[in-house]
Design a protein around this ligand. Sequence first.
Ligand SMILES: Cc1cc2nc3c(=O)[nH]c(=O)nc-3n(C[C@H](O)[C@H](O)[C@H](O)COP(=O)(O)OP(=O)(O)OC[C@H]3O[C@@H](n4cnc5c(N)ncnc54)[C@H](O)[C@@H]3O)c2cc1C
Length: 450
Amino acid sequence: MEKRDVLVIGGSAAGIVAATTAKSFYPDKSVMVVRKEDFVMVPCGIPYLFGTLKSCSQNQIPDAGLANANVALKIAEITSVDPADKICTTSDGAKIGFEKLILALGSTPVKPAWLKGADLENVFTIPKDKEYIERLLGCLDQFKKIVVVGGGFIGVEVADELCQSGKEVTLVEMTPHLLSLAFDPEFSMKVEESLKTRGVKLKTGISVKKINGESKVTGVTLDNDESLEADAVILSIGYRPNSLLAERAGFAINKMGFIQVNEYMRTEHPDVFAVGDCAAKSSFITRTPKATMLASTACAEARIAAMNLYKLSTVRLFGGTITIFCTAIGDNAFGAAGVTENLAQERGFDTLSATFEGVDRHPGTLPETHKQIVKLVAAKESGIVLGGEVSGGTSVGELTNLIGFIIQNRMTVDALLTSQIGTHPLLTGPPTAYPLIKAAEMIARKRRAS
Ligand SMILES: Cc1cc2nc3c(=O)[nH]c(=O)nc-3n(C[C@H](O)[C@H](O)[C@H](O)COP(=O)(O)OP(=O)(O)OC[C@H]3O[C@@H](n4cnc5c(N)ncnc54)[C@H](O)[C@@H]3O)c2cc1C
């Protein structure tokens, strides 16, 4: 029987990072990744296959990263895990023994059984599966009108890409605004404006009651009985964790279907860890369980599990998901980290917020200068930053990451005001009116006044 010191099941974001970090921290240990698919797509690149990128071959995670790190790779499906004897079995009956096991099993899109018509021809989801996505791309020429259901970031990105490639796209979202888990309404409305300007039709605050058609899709009916014609429907209404393998092996699964882990990403079995979309998460700020799945969270969890494989470290633990997220709609980028003001208040925080509107180059007369808007949310009592939302140009991505660091390190608005910020005319906002610092200053002023 083949045996490895560290066996990782899953070869996407979390599996790759877990395996390469394990090899980096424990170079004497043999590490192997087992994954089902021969070709791993960059999951976050999938929406861009519907317009910008032309084929899946342009959206691949190269295997060279594993090979260069001296991590072995096996393409196989693991069908059972025996934690007592520390053996995994593949679908063709092969056995692989392990000393430490990391479950990085990922997630699969939800296709709700309750939604009438969900099984009709030309109803699709967006799985991280090359063959499926290639089939969908192969059919696109037949479709003129497409309804995308679900206004989270995947639905927004897919709808925009399809629209830019010439389709008539309607995006339906049941909450009052798009991206409402990430943004307060004033930022969501900017996203909506950008999408509408680029031609996507929006229906928000309303659900799809059923998908219409005999065998093929002809449209959808909304809750208010309005009908929309469609040649295809794309459901992007969430992902469920792939936790069945772990459940069958006797691991605890939480109420939301995720594999239960502690802050070291360890299951109740001392030699078995779970990371990424399949592992249980809670919010860094509110401490409540969370179902948000992001590559950023998955990779942080993977690093933490790998570092803790042979020795637990009290300074290497996962303190909860900060939900750092960004997207771009044409030239307009949007990012968020931590909690929205609405959610913070809903969960019982006494908050202060401030929004500053500036520019991302200086002087603002420079070509390609973009408006940059930063909203910060802080706890009133302590001044600790709880969340931030940003809109602007391409610098939004890294600025959102900076806000993530600020939140994770529990910085206060006063600490931000004493921070040193590097600036350059072509690369950042001005030192005299750096939007992040100005928003912190406005909150500090409100705190003094309260
Ligand atoms: C369209 C789309 C766009 C996204 N965009 C972003 C973005 O912009 N930013 C962001 O942060 N996040 C984004 N995400 C989320 C991000 O992709 C996921 O959080 C990330 O893929 C999680 O990685 P993972 O390794 O945990 O799981 P997955 O990517 O789901 O990988 C799971 C792996 O496990 C393997 N596996 C499962 N079961 C078995 C088994 N029994 N045997 C062998 N192998 C098995 C699979 O084959 C696969 O290799 C996006 C997701 C999608 C779908």
